[in-house]
Design a binder for this molecule. Sequence first.
Ligand SMILES: O=C(CO)COP(=O)(O)O
Length: 266
Amino acid sequence: MATAQGRTPLMAGNWKMNLDHFEAAHLVQKLAWTLDDAKHDFDAVEVALLPPFTDLRSVQTLVDGDKLGFKYGAQDLSQYDKGAYTGEISGAMLAKLKCTYVVVGHSERRQYHAEDDAVVNAKTKAALRHDLIPIVCVGEGLEVRKEGRQVQHVLAQLDADLAEVPAEKAASIVIAYEPVWAIGTGETATPDDAQEVCAAIRKRLGELYSADVAAAVRVLYGGSVKAQNVAAIMAQEDVDGALVGGASIDPGDFASIVRYRDHKTA
Ligand SMILES: O=C(CO)COP(=O)(O)O
């Protein structure tokens, strides 16, 4: 069952640099048991696991072998397809592991690895070359938010990150709005804050591409999403899912987030 807007909600767990491959297998199994107990319909609410690179093979083996219903992907990729780039992982390697998604331009990559919009754009195009769905992250820092320039800031990132991405590819992309000040801080954007920027992103996609592309693209919110706040955020018209950090490595918490439709909203 899609949202009222016809888009399938996506709950994506960004494990960040947590869990080795043993721990990954444990989490996947616990999550599978919990969701199976709740008879979760993966077609109604898609669930993506985004573990560290070293866990991907284990996650793939479990998910594919036991037909668990999860999608999975990586947290980053190289902008290059192959060659002398020590330490990098290519889109082709991720595609070979049957990854569906790859996160691009997470604020932690931008901040700690000096990835600018040109790099994020190159990585977005690299993902698309290998038929991976990029989850392109955008979001403002606290200073920008205090000045009330969040929409302007995020749209400038979006324009640059999607430069030269053709319309036929753009419809499959996922955009994640992650205000930097709300990541790992316990601070959550209010549902209205999330809606304001997610709606602006969708409007811009309409301007850059077409009304059809704008209507098709899923826009996620990320930043301290928890079982307690997810339903109110998901009730917003232009929010199609969540990119969850901390709460995604606890099977009970993440299962509860995935099952947000069971929650009572105040
Ligand atoms: O960065 C995030 C997901 O990519 C959000 O992290 P938290 O949910 O831990 O705030």
